[in-house]
Ligand binder design. Sequence first.
Ligand code: EPU
Length: 351
Amino acid sequence: MDMEIRTNVSLRAMNTFGMEVKAACLAEYSSVEELRSLFPEGNLRSDLPRPWHHIGGGSNLLFTKDFEGTVLHSSICFAEEAEPAEDGKVKVRVGSGVIWDDFVAWTCRRGLWGAENLSLIPGETGAAAVQNIGAYGVEAADIISSVGCFEPATGKELTLDVSECGYGYRRSRFKEEWKGRYIVTSVTFMLSGNYSPRLDYGNVRSAVESVTKGADLTPGVIRDAIISIRNSKLPDPSEVGSAGSFFKNPFVSGDVFRHVADVARKDGLGDVPHFLSPDGSIKIPAAWLLEKCGWKGAVMGNAGVWGKQPLVLVNATGKATPDEILALEAAMVRSVQERFSILLEPEVEHI
Ligand code: EPU
C-alpha cells in the first residue's frame, strides 16, 4: 500500500480532545523507508506544506488553531519478543505506531511484568517514549531499554540507549533539545518474566487485593485493578474528549511549600499533600491546588473540568473550541497563582 498523504484534513479524530481543527496536509507512513522518502536531502519534501509536526495518538496535545503545515503520523506497527535472558529479563521491540494500551495488554497476556501499571493510558508507543508517560508509581523510562530513531537531517537511523534520553518527570530530550531532530520509530523495552509487582502507589495495593481476593498476582490482574482505578477517576476517552492530565504536578522549594501550608492553615484547607523528591524539592499535587480553588466539575462555555479529577480539562459538550479550552486553562492558572503563588505549567503540548 502506498503511503497515505491527504490534504485539508480534519484532525478531529486525531486528537483526543476532539478539537475540530484542520491540517493543510497529513502524511501517515508505515515504515522507516516511507518516512525517509518524506525527507529527501534532509528536508521535508518540497511539495508538502511546512512546517511539519509529528503526532502520536493525539492524546497529549491541544491544537490551538488550524495547522498550516504537514502533520506526520507513524503507522509502524509490530512487536518482537526476544528470547528471555538467564535472569528472566525479556527484551521487546515495538513499532512507534502501536497503540500503547494494545502493547500493555499484549505484555500482560504473555505474563511479562513491567508495563502493567501503565494500563489504559491513551496514545501510541512512540509518543510514550517522547512524553515519558507515567502512572501508579511507574514511568515509561523505568522499562525502556533503548529508543530507535530516524534523523530527518541525515536520513540515518540510530538507536539511543535509555541513559542518553534525559528522562525525568514527564520529560525527555526528545521533547526538548531534540525536538524536530529525531523521530521515534521503535522502542525496545526490558520486561521481566520474574514476579515483580509494584503496588506502593496510592490505593493500588487495596485495588489489587479487591480484584484478586487472595489469588495469585499476575500482570493481568494488576492491569485489571489499574483499569478499574482509572475508570473510576478519569473520563472515558470514547465518551468525553480530554487530553488526560492537563497540568504537570509542580515541584516547589521549601519556602513555597511553607507559604502553601500557611494559606491552607488560614483557610482551613487541612494538611497539604506532598512528596519529597530526591533533589530536595517538594511535589504538591496540582489536583489538590485546583480542587481547593474550586475547579472540580467547573464549566466555562463548552469546556469543563472533570468532576473526579480537576487536573483533567474536558471538551464537555463535544463542541469546545481551542479558545474555550485556553480561556479555562488561563483562569485555572491565574486562580492557583493568586491563591498559592504557584504557576502551574501545562503538560499538554499546545500546537
Ligand atoms: N487529589 C486531590 N483532589 C483530586 C484528585 C487528587 O486533592 O480530586 C490529590 C490527592 O492528594 C491525591 C493526589 O492529588 O493523593 C494525587 O492524585 P492522583 O493519584 O490521582 O495523581 P495525580 O498526581 O493527580 C498523576 C498523573 C496521572 C496519573 C496519576 C496516577 C500527572 C500530571 N498526572 O496524577 O497521569 O494517572 O498520577 O499515577 O503527573 C496523565 O498524565 O494524563 C495522567 C492521567
